[in-house]
Design a binder for this molecule. Structure first.
Ligand code: RIB
Length: 290
């Protein structure tokens, strides 16, 4: 099969992950179980998900000239992703996310750093890359103006877009109009005022996903798996959804494909570690069918 072209525009972070049996109260110190530094950022996670599934992926994003940035740049290269970063950001540090894993869930604080420099003029430099994409995928960990700019460039070149509105914030109506599909999770969807429900795909964790077809709500169930870390599950879904659309799958097929990828992603520690390759996904689905 010919490799389709997915362009992701978004954040690149180093995830500083602490696992603890219980969360400290205010002013309290508790002893944690372990600490890891793992590549993350919603943009990078979605890019890795799409690349491992076989798409030709460009990531438009920025990192600092610090040890985290150097190691993330190398990591993206190893994943076969083309990083479109323009001039290096030497005046801000690479984005970091402080992640606490406790009681079966995660809590995340992001300090965007160089991700704030993904501005509209910066994105415009890559118009040709956007124009030659089958699908453009965005999230909200970069400035809103950059998201708006990317969406309008994609519209100009008739490229389909997916906006994963995470972390959620209020969005102007003009932007809502330009997006082909929104992929909020069940907590984020209430904050969005989307009139055209056909654009909406809502991820519901272990309950799967719901979408609209001919004004009727349809759902696709997820798979029971042993959960190790839910960080990046939504990113796995979005990266996979972009690949599925780029390959011409129907909405239902795209949701089924992406739900399986999301399920596999939570079986390993770290946002990107569990992103399956195409072969791993096929093996998983074959075993489920037996
Ligand atoms: O969606 C998970 C991601 O959110 C983490 O990798 C972290 O970097 C934050 O951006």
């Amino acid at each position: 099969m010919k490799r389709t072209k997915v362009t992701v525009i978004g954040s690149i972070n180093m995830d500083l992950v602490t696992d603890t049996k219980r969360l400290p109260n205010k002013g309290e110190t508790v002893m944690g179980e372990f600490f890891s530094m793992i590549p993350g950022g919603k943009g990078a996670n979605q890019a890795v998900a799409a690349a491992r599934l076989g798409a030709d992926v460009s990531l438009i994003g920025r990192i600092g000239e610090d040890p985290f940035g150097l190691s993330l740049r190398k990591h993206l290269e190893q994943e076969g992703i083309t990083l479109c970063e323009g001039e290096p950001v030497h005046y801000k540090s690479t984005g970091v996310a402080s992640i606490t894993l406790a009681e079966g869930d995660n809590r995340i604080i992001v300090v965007p750093g160089a991700n704030e420099e993904v501005t509209a003029p910066f994105v415009s430099q890559f118009e040709k890359i956007i124009a030659s994409s089958d699908v453009v995928l965005l999230q909200l960990e970069i400035p809103l103006k950059a998201v708006e700019c990317a969406l309008s460039l994609a519209k100009k070149h008739q490229v389909r877009t997916i906006l994963n509105p995470a972390p959620i914030r209020s969005l102007p109506n003009s932007l809502l109009k330009d997006v082909t599909y929104f992929t909020p999770n069940e907590h984020e969807v209430g904050a969005l005022n989307i009139v055209d429900k056909a654009k909406l795909i809502v991820t519901r964790g272990e309950k799967g996903v719901t979408f609209f077809e001919n004004d009727t709500i349809r759902s696709v169930e997820s798979y029971p798996v042993e959960v190790v870390d839910t960080t990046g599950a939504g990113d796995a879904f979005n990266g996979a959804f972009a690949v599925a659309l780029s390959e011409g799958k129907s909405l239902k097929e795209a949701c089924q494909f992406s739900v399986a990828v999301g399920a596999l992603a939570v079986t390993k520690l770290g946002a990107q570690a569990g992103m399956p390759t195409r072969e791993e996904l096929s093996y998983f689905l074959t075993r489920r069918d037996k």
